[in-house]
Design a binder for this molecule. Structure first.
Ligand code: FAD
Length: 372
């Protein structure tokens, strides 16, 4: 049998692509080397981002941010889609969008937030600048004295454990086939498409979407395609449960931090702190302590909070933080669905668009700026 579409990788990108393609009537096979949602999609911090991240803005500057800001319409589209997904997929995804506040640590960083927010607004993202008085009034749980911040009302959180599995379930109901324990080891171009060696089987498909996350460069190399991806071990921690304190996603400009409270009460502390590689990614305790200290510096109510679990996983990155999305020109029929660093946020809309492209339809968001 020849499938219309083979999707490689059972993370959010792969399961969502499989769902949208199967729902459109395509015969779809999803090839996963282990099992679904065991990669970044099921291990991330669950932040739904829209603001340009501060750390690369500081390092790479405003010209970089203007170029990067072309992704903001994808975030905006995806967050809108997240809001409808619970109904569409018929399940609780833990999605809440009450806003995200990037707190400035210094006046100089507040100036940088002003510059960054102008770039964000130019892409249609609402970002409100708050001064010190606004912080005292609206965010009384914060340490006093920070000069201000940037608030984006569409940011929030969702539950990484729930999303890809629900996409998979709906994809299978729409006829998609899942092959677990099917690592793709070879891809050959053949008449009418591709022959894909996945585990002990060979699958034939007219088109292929590479959604292999941090391993996508290795998969692309099977067809002689070079993809400028990198992979970084990073980590997240969760604290014991506490009464409701924080409904927003919080960031801090002075050092990397994301902080939010899960509906169950635990605080998720992340922001991209490095983990170690020991065969696979393992937690670096120095990163745990520094990450926790930052959270406590911002929110004094967390001074005595206990961390109950930390975990590490590999995030897919690109040097310029931009995604790589679309058909590979030198291998017609071979598509890349690679959204680095914040692929949890962007996954739904980008995967819907990639499914359209792969089925020869016009996507509802413009992926052309990110073409391979
Ligand atoms: C610790 C951490 C925190 C993060 N926090 C956030 C956040 O808060 N918000 C946000 O938006 N993003 C966050 N991210 C990034 C986000 O999780 C990723 O960008 C996104 O999940 C990538 O999804 P994916 O489906 O492309 O990759 P993955 O979820 O990694 O899935 C790729 C899949 O491909 C499979 N695969 C690989 N090679 C092969 C092969 N040869 N054959 C078959 N299958 C293969 C893998 O087994 C895996 O299941 C975080 C990432 C990490 C690691």
């Amino acid at each position: 049998m020849r499938y219309d579409l083979a999707v490689i990788g059972g993370g959010l990108a792969g399961t969502a692509t499989a769902y949208y393609a199967a729902r459109a009537g395509a015969r779809v096979v999803l090839l996963e080397r282990h099992d679904v949602n065991l990669g970044a999609s099921g291990s991330n911090a669950g932040s739904i981002h829209a603001q340009i991240p501060f750390d690369p803005f500081r390092r790479l500057g405003a010209d970089w941010a203007r170029h990067y800001s072309e992704v903001l319409p994808l975030f905006i589209e995806s967050i809108g889609l997240w809001g409808r997904l619970q109904d569409e997929l018929g399940g609780d995804l833990g999605f809440v969008a009450k806003g995200g506040l990037m707190v400035a640590g210094t006046e100089a960083e507040m100036d940088m937030l002003r510059e960054k927010s102008a770039i964000e607004r130019a892409q249609g993202l609402q970002v409100d600048l708050w001064d010190q008085g606004d912080l005292s009034e609206r965010a009384p749980f914060l340490t006093e004295g920070f000069p201000g911040g940037a608030f984006c009302p569409i940011e929030g959180k969702a539950d990484p454990f729930r999303v890809a599995p629900l996409f998979l379930r709906r994809a299978r109901e729409a006829g998609a086939k899942l092959l677990r324990n099917a690592p793709v080891k070879a891809i050959d171009v053949e008449a009418g498409g591709f022959a894909i060696a996945a585990g002990d089987r060979t699958v034939h498909a007219s088109r292929v979407v590479n959604a292999a996350g941090a391993q996508a460069a290795e998969v692309a190399a099977l067809l002689g395609v070079t993809v400028p991806l990198d992979a970084h071990p990073i980590q997240v921690s969760v604290t014991e449960k506490r009464p409701p304190l924080l409904s927003w996603l919080l960031y801090f400009t002075s050092e990397k931090l994301t902080l939010k409270q899960a509906p169950e009460g635990g605080f998720l502390i992340g922001g991209g702190w490095p983990a170690r590689m020991r065969g696979g990614p393992v937690v670096d305790h120095r990163s745990v302590l520094r990450n926790l200290a930052l959270a406590q510096r911002l929110v004094p109510g967390l001074a005595d909070v206990q961390i109950v679990r930390s975990w590490a996983a590999i995030v897919n990155g690109t040097k310029d933080w931009r995604p790589i999305l679309g058909e590979v020109p030198q291998v017609p029929g071979f598509f890349l669905n690679l959204f680095p660093w914040m692929g949890f946020t962007a996954g739904p809309a980008v995967s819907r668009a990639i499914a359209s492209l792969a089925l020869g339809e016009r996507p509802d968001v413009d992926l052309a700026p990110f073409a391979p």
